[in-house]
Design a protein around this ligand. Sequence first.
Ligand code: FMN
Ligand code: 173
Length: 427
Amino acid sequence: MDGIGRREQALLYARGTYGHKPKVPVDADRLYEAAHKVMSPKAWGYVAGSAGRNRTDKANQDAFSRYPIIPRMLRDVSRRPMGVTLFGEEYASPLLFAPIGVLEMAHPLAEGAVASAARQLDMPMVLSTQGSTPMEAVAAALGPTKFWYQLYWSSSDALAQSLVQRAEAAGAKVLVVTLDTHAMGWRCMDLDEGFLPFALGQGIAQYTSDPVFTALAADRVAAGTRSLAPKQAPTLAAVWALASIIGHYPGKWWDKAFSPAPRAAVDTFLDVFPCPHLTWHDLAKLREWTRLPIVLKGIQSAEDARLALEHGVDGIGVSNHGGRQVDGAVASLDALEEVAREVGGKAPIIFDSGVRNGADVFKALALGASAVLVGRPWLYGLAIDGAQGARDVMARIAAELDLTMGLAGVAGVREITRECLKVPKVG
Ligand SMILES: Cc1cc2nc3c(=O)[nH]c(=O)nc-3n(C[C@H](O)[C@H](O)[C@H](O)COP(=O)(O)O)c2cc1C
Ligand SMILES: O=C(O)C(=O)c1ccccc1
């Protein structure tokens, strides 16, 4: 990653000189607007929306303004190495593609496009359990680029075990267990659209490619479970007949939603996804299922960080899911410092939620993160310009991080410390 900053910046200026404006805006607010323009209202609501009144999403982003950087002068910053070691593996930078589900909503190539972006930058992806592409296919597309696997622990232990073991076999380096989404948050934009991608069979490719899951779905078909409420069936049949007569075959969407086998998959997913009964005691099972290092994603308090360490996990994921779960919850960056104090360097901290540019990454690292997951920004780039867009967004965040280090007088990510920031203002 050394040198990416200078090259990326030079590229943008050179193109500008010849009159080319970047297709994917550099500015975070313009990036957001440009993605809004290219996405359908449903897809936009799902990706940009957060829980309730979006207060936590806003708080996540606003929190960065409360931790000003103090630039230092006359230090030799001609070399600014970005490499980090996490769980015994070397990485070119502290940046990772956050796990994001249902990528097919942003781009038809979904994980295929992101894998191409990740590979170009040799920047790891965290593959989501709600992916649109089976993990083995993404692993193949990534080639030598490392990846981690994010688990949603479903109500079927056998299924969770199978997903974990597939990930390990496919070459994942780390298992990230997301704890904050044992049920979907109160997402007003989706509720207003009446939209749940999973109900249309989107974002369930890890499940439909899983032998344990397909056995569960087959049992459902064999048991003849009715997919449609009896009252709905005649209405849907009438709509279907009408659509066929006027020549609008609803095609793939219809097949996915209502033909018996895919419908059984959707219903089986909706059955097994919620897992509200999970507790700290269940974590021991993971150790029996896998040898991968385990990171718990969704930690927002020192107390939970302490419990996580007591239960023997290897890394702490400070995240509030981009404010998509609890409206009014603490900003993730505000949670970071107290978690870091509790962890005291005993385990790597993987931070996310609200990161929009390189300066944000710098601040998260200064407050104790060892690595940072970037979420919505690359997703917006993907929606605008596919693999190239996702690549551009991540390359620019890396570039701005490099430049921020240089201009703040810091000679590499290992040198970014709490002293680089002013004490936060209250409020
Ligand atoms: C559309 C969307 C889908 C997501 N899907 C997942 C997921 O499948 N698993 C997961 O652990 N986190 C998921 N996340 C949360 C991200 O990993 C990350 O925590 C979040 O995007 C950080 O917030 P930010 O994007 O506002 O910075 C998703 C986020 C978005 C926006
Ligand atoms: O949309 C999400 O943020 C997400 O991760 C998710 C995944 C599965 C079910 C509900 C939410």
